[in-house]
Ligand binder design. Structure first.
Ligand code: HEC
Ligand code: HEC
Length: 295
């Protein structure tokens, strides 16, 4: 049985120096709160100093998010902007070690990524240098096997990555689903059969049914986001969709962790998501709120 493979360190840009404009800090805060904090926030320190990830089912093992506070020894205080960008793009640290379970944001726009980096350098209390070491990983055999087959580093983009204009609602919505918020990662069939480079090739793309755990360690499955009328969102109104993703109130009842709270989504984002979901091939896949029984 092979362990997690090691790789050559990624080609980090030596010249990247992100300017922290007010726009970037605001966008970076919004993106870190929606897409990083649920995994990285430690409830004891109340900083992003890392924790046991609560929502992974035990078949992946015990996986701990890392300390990404500004601590120079234990956090990312000593990393360059180029090293951070390379980690977010490829999943590889400057040491060439593949970061398990940490999503690779390969389709995120350069501007979004640099906004995240700007915020990670800011004086927000969540990032206060916290001198605790990141926990060693305890991957299961399954997870080790997956890192030898499907869960692999993604390549550094060779071209600038730009987000489509919000006026092109469908293209913008696709960008939000695969690039910015990565809804498809949780909402396709299984983490083990996702395709990071070509997200639409993930098994059961956006059809839900991926088994996760909530904060009480009870099983939840993600829901079908395709427009199937019986098992998906085909019978929802745009207002119900907005209410569900912004405030966690679905027509089926309240939504809880691990569904993130996207309370800061703009109208353009909500409209784009809804417009894009209309174009995704429908999948018939009943989840428990449709009356399906799961073990
Ligand atoms: C699904 C949970 C999850 C999400 C979401 C997530 N991370 Fe991580 N992250 C991890 C895990 C787990 C590790 C440690 C992996 C390892 O050591 O093998 C990690 C490692 C890292 C590291 C490397 C730190 C080090 O010292 O090795 C950085 C930097 C990082 N994450 C930043 C982010 C940022 C920024 C975001 C949001 C854009 C984010 N992460 C979202 C789980 C997550
Ligand atoms: C970290 C995993 C994760 C991510 C990322 C995620 N979701 Fe979810 N989502 C869930 C889970 C789990 C549920 C079910 C929650 C529950 O049962 O309380 C859910 C439920 C939903 C529902 C309710 C559907 C219904 O039938 O009631 C909608 C709508 C939804 N998500 C949309 C989105 C959108 C849009 C995105 C991206 C902007 C997204 N989700 C990102 C995990 C996730």
């Amino acid at each position: 049985m092979r362990g997690v493979p090691s790789y050559a360190p990624p080609a980090a840009s030596a010249s990247l120096a992100v300017q922290a404009t007010p726009e970037r800090l605001a966008l970076g805060e919004k993106l870190v709160m929606s897409s990083c904090a649920d995994c990285h926030r430690n409830p004891q320190t109340n900083t992003l100093s890392g924790q046991l990830i609560p929502d992974l089912t035990p078949d992946f093992g015990r996986i701990y998010s890392a300390n990404i506070t500004q601590d120079k020894t234990h956090g990312i205080g000593g990393w360059t902007d180029g090293q951070l960008a390379a980690l977010l793009r490829t999943g590889l640290g400057p040491d060439g070690r593949y970061r398990l379970v940490m999503p690779s944001f390969v389709h995120m726009s350069d501007e979004d990524m640099e906004s995240i980096i700007a915020f990670l350098r800011s004086d927000n209390p969540l990032l206060r240098a916290t001198p605790v070491a990141s926990h060693a990983q305890e991957p299961s055999f399954l997870l080790k096997a997956l890192t030898n087959t499907v869960m692999k580093p993604t390549p550094m983009p060779t071209q600038p990555v730009l987000a489509p204009a919000p006026t092109d609602a469908v293209a913008y919505g696709r960008y939000l689903v695969v690039g910015r918020y990565k809804c498809y990662e949780c909402h396709s069939k299984d983490f083990a059969s996702n395709n990071a480079l070509e997200p639409e090739k993930s098994t059961g793309y956006l059809g839900g049914g991926n088994p996760m755990l909530n904060r009480e360690q009870k099983a939840v499955v993600t829901r079908n986001l395709t427009m199937d009328e019986n098992t998906g969102l085909g019978d929802w109104t745009p207002a119900q969709f907005a209410q569900a993703i912004r405030f966690g109130m679905s027509p089926h009842g309240p939504l809880a962790y691990p569904m993130p709270k996207y309370s800061t989504l703009t109208d353009e984002e909500v409209n784009g998501l809804w417009a894009y979901l209309q174009t995704v091939p429908k999948i018939k896949n009943a989840t428990p709120e449709d009356g399906a029984v799961t073990q």
